[in-house]
Design a protein around this ligand. Structure first.
Ligand code: PRP
Length: 207
């Protein structure tokens, strides 16, 4: 599996704001929005384009458009804070939704929403979730996508634990990871260390 860590000073500054426990909900959401811009920008670097002639006020120039805009799939709740920025970068993108919450005891994902196009064959998919902890939520989401024919999935995350990266690798799914950081690991509550806390709670308040 290909893991791309977006290593850029502007991304590192925004990640610092998100890590900082003093950042309130509004500041956290703003930093997530801006960091999503950078992550999606990097995730689109190899996106195929189709060319066409565009007429400038002076002459004809080579123009491009995206050949295949990805389907964006925010994983609720925390991924909601990424979707508006991703859509504004890729206005042609369709959006699907998956909702799940981790069981606090078992740390396994409990799904409660699935709203996806039936047929994803030939369609790149970007899964948006700020956190890849055990990887259970991401692997569950990619299972759903692959069952619909997806063969080209990108997980766009803010922080990942090595355990989550390994889970993605072991899933055998066609996935690559774009993230701002791979952290040290998980604690006994399956929280990423040092991480940024619970990205859902930090955007929207506790459930
Ligand atoms: C968090 C996070 C991921 C998941 C990661 O969501 O946003 O979806 O946990 O953990 P995993 O890799 O171990 O599955 P949470 O369950 O807290 O729900 P929320 O987004 O509604 O806050």
């Amino acid at each position: 599996m290909n893991t791309h860590v977006v290593d850029h000073p502007l991304a590192a500054v925004l990640l610092t704001t998100m890590r900082d426990a003093r950042s309130d909900n509004a500041i956290f959401r703003g930093a997530l929005r801006r960091l999503t811009h950078m992550l999606v920008y990097e995730a689109m670097r190899e996106a195929p384009v189709a060319t066409f002639d565009v007429v400038t006020p002076v002459a004809v120039a080579n123009g491009v458009r995206l050949a295949q805009p990805p389907l964006l799939v925010p994983v609720l709740r925390a991924g909601l804070g990424m979707v508006e920025q991703a859509s504004s970068l890729i206005p042609q993108a369709r959006v699907g939704f998956v909702g799940m919450a981790r069981d606090e005891e078992t740390h396994r994902p409990v799904p409660y929403l699935e709203s996806l196009p039936e047929d994803l064959s030939g369609m790149p998919v970007f899964v948006l979730d700020p956190m890849l902890a055990t990887g259970g939520s991401m692997v569950y989401t990619i299972d759903l996508l692959v069952a619909r024919g997806a063969t080209d999935v990108t997980a766009v995350c803010v922080v990942a634990a090595p355990e989550g990266v390994a889970a993605l690798q072991e899933s055998g799914h066609p996935v690559r990871l774009v993230t701002a950081a791979v952290d040290e690991g998980l604690n006994e509550d399956a929280f990423i260390v040092p991480g940024l806390g619970d990205a859902g709670d930090r955007q929207f308040g506790p459930r």
